[in-house]
Write a protein that binds this ligand. Sequence first.
Ligand SMILES: Nc1ncnc2c1ncn2[C@@H]1O[C@H](COP(=O)(O)OP(=O)(O)OP(=O)(O)O)[C@@H](O)[C@H]1O
Length: 225
Amino acid sequence: MIQFDQVSKRYEGGHEALSQLSFAVPTGEMAFVTGHSGAGKSTLLKLLGLIERPSHGTISVDGKNLAKIRHSGVPKWRRHIGMVFQDHRLLMDRSVFANVELPLAIGGIARAERARRVRAALEKVGLLAYERQLPATLSAGEQQRVGIARAIVARPGLLIADEPTGNLDPQLAVEIMGLFGEFQQVGTTVLIASHDLPLIKRMKKRVIVLDHGRLVADLAAQEVL
Ligand SMILES: Nc1ncnc2c1ncn2[C@@H]1O[C@H](COP(=O)(O)OP(=O)(O)OP(=O)(O)O)[C@@H](O)[C@H]1O
């Protein structure tokens, strides 16, 4: 369960990016966060990834108060969550395999086990045949799928994605969203920031709407028409 309780975030010298935000996402649910540009979507995800810290309020995940995680504990925390970005942030001089392996190498897992898990992750995103290639030789959709494989290779309980389909054509975007749906089906909690309303509607999942950092609507999956 992800829980935001009266969370506000004010960037240094800036206005409030999030204002008294409260909501909860049960374990295993998939939800979208949407809203206009600057509404606070990325900020919300960054707080979960401990890339930023809230100015006020409490965020907890599975009962763990994120404020209790100190700077030194952040890498360990990040191993529990998978993060996907719009600009996939792959290492372009490393193979697809090496990119996906990265979170496991940092996690100190033995080489044979790493290889097994990397191949399982690549198979899930349909890229097993590409493991030796450099990311630059792949299409935009394929590169995004490498980013997703890297995010899920350590089997995180929580997957967060910031505009994961922002650079993709509509057909590819639908495929990528379908992939996130598959991870939810095997028990992963999935939170996706997106401004692509037609795509969000099509997915028929819960939708949390932000406007100037405030929660203005929270639609259950069956309310999304
Ligand atoms: N590092 C920062 N320093 C100062 N202000 C910031 C910083 N990051 C974001 N902001 C501001 O906080 C507000 C929310 O930004 P955020 O990136 O969370 O919005 P968003 O909904 O993800 O927008 P977009 O859809 O354009 O990515 C904006 O007004 C933005 O300018």
